[in-house]
Design a protein around this ligand. Structure first.
Ligand code: NAP
Length: 356
């Protein structure tokens, strides 16, 4: 029987952004076919359940399907019949899954980030399904202005280059009339504005937590943007759901920036005593502390030797989403209030130390 509601094939549903997308898509009534890796059906279901973490109300859970697939394997690691079944009834592909790793070279990331995109484009084309690709601002070169659909000059760095390659595959497939596609390019995605739930791998948020923990704040000449995951996921779902978005790209970042200095100021306002240190000295202190504490070691290893910068690659203020969505375009929450609220939520959740 054909399903009553659209079937969306979603990749990356066990991840930070993808799990938020799975919840939103199911809540709006889609059947969400989540491609999840794992050795057995039980393991895959358990991994997705853990990622959704009770966020999906009982009444919507029947809309989630879990299907096997490994983005790093040729044709998603599926035999032909299973690959064919994956696309059955699908009217839209939301491709959010990727190996997000800033240190590995292009070749190591190619399978999961580029070849899998080709496989999914083929599947979408065969089903006349629309294709929503979650790309990244890491794919956009520094000189690029506006929000071009087709990227030209490649970027450097393995991860950024895989996202650039996949981004181009998608825009070219659209230009050739093989399918209807929309490209979504988030910048740094920050903690949920309502719950404070954050990406444990995010460097900015890691630096904030470490500063509170050690009572030491780096002095940085950089600006930050807060683009909470609930706001980004809302934009992704809204833009994937409108034909007006086809053939366009969207840079999904909050327009407003804050100076880094707003972070130590907010930590002090939350009750922490902080000593300001030049970045090289602050980094040494974190590296020292990381030798004894695995949680700190994770951030310490990610700290670059050159001054830390959280500036996004794009200089422009993103406008395309507001143009396409008009009155339905959600504004991101005020950055100052969001920072303060997030620190409060992390304190309550025990993710920040108790105030001395
Ligand atoms: N987070 C950001 O700040 C940010 C910024 C810009 C763009 N993006 C883009 O947004 C998307 C989601 O990012 P995220 O931060 O949510 O990343 P994430 O938390 O690391 O999630 C990545 C997702 O991709 C899946 N995946 C990776 N390799 C796979 C494989 N071989 N087979 C099947 N699934 C695989 C992961 O599944 P497993 O659970 O099995 O590993 C997970 O569900 C990515 O496309 C990323 O490029 C993110």
């Amino acid at each position: 029987m054909p399903p009553d509601r659209p079937v969306t094939l979603l990749t990356g549903a066990t991840g930070f952004l993808g799990s938020a997308l799975a919840v939103r898509l199911a809540e709006q009534g889609d059947t969400v076919r989540c491609l999840v890796r794992g050795a057995t059906a039980e393991e895959r279901a358990a991994r997705l359940r853990a990622a959704l973490d009770g966020r999906l109300a009982e009444e919507h859970r029947h809309r989630i399907e879990v299907v096997p697939g490994d983005l790093a394997e040729e044709r998603l690691g599926l035999p032909p019949a299973a690959f064919e079944a994956l696309g059955r009834g699908v009217s839209r592909v939301v491709h959010c899954g990727a190996r997000v790793n800033m240190t590995l070279p292009y070749q190591s990331l190619y399978g999961a980030n580029v070849r899998a995109t080709e496989d999914l484009l083929e599947l979408a084309e065969a089903r006349a399904a629309s294709f929503c690709y979650v790309s990244s601002l890491a794919a956009v070169g520094r000189g690029v202005t506006g929000e071009p659909f087709e990227l030209t000059a490649p970027v450097s760095g393995g991860y950024g280059l895989t996202k650039w390659s996949a981004d181009r595959l998608v825009s070219v497939a659209h230009q050739e009339g093989r399918l209807r596609a929309v490209v979504l390019r988030p910048g740094r995605i920050t903690a949920h504005s309502g719950t404070g739930r954050s990406n444990p791998d995010d460097l900015l948020e890691g630096v904030i937590r470490v500063s509170a923990r050690l009572g030491l704040a780096p002095v940085l000449d950089t600006r930050i943007r807060l683009s909470p995951v609930d706001w980004v996921s809302r934009l992704v779902v809204a833009l994937c759901g409108t034909d007006r978005a086809h053939g366009q790209a969207y840079h999904l970042i909050a327009a407003r920036t804050l100076p880094w200095a707003a972070v130590p100021a907010a930590l002090r306002a939350a009750g922490y005593r902080l000593t300001d240190l030049p970045y090289p000295r602050w980094r040494s202190a974190v590296l020292d502390a990381g030798r004894e504490d695995p949680a700190l070691a994770r951030i310490a290893h990610a700290l670059p030797g050159t001054p830390l910068s959280f500036d996004d690659r794009t200089a422009c203020e993103p406008r395309n989403a507001a143009r396409t969505l008009g009155g339905d375009h959600p504004e991101p929450p005020s950055a100052e209030r969001l920072l303060e609220a997030t620190l409060g939520r992390w304190q309550l959740a025990g993710e920040l130390p108790r105030v001395p």
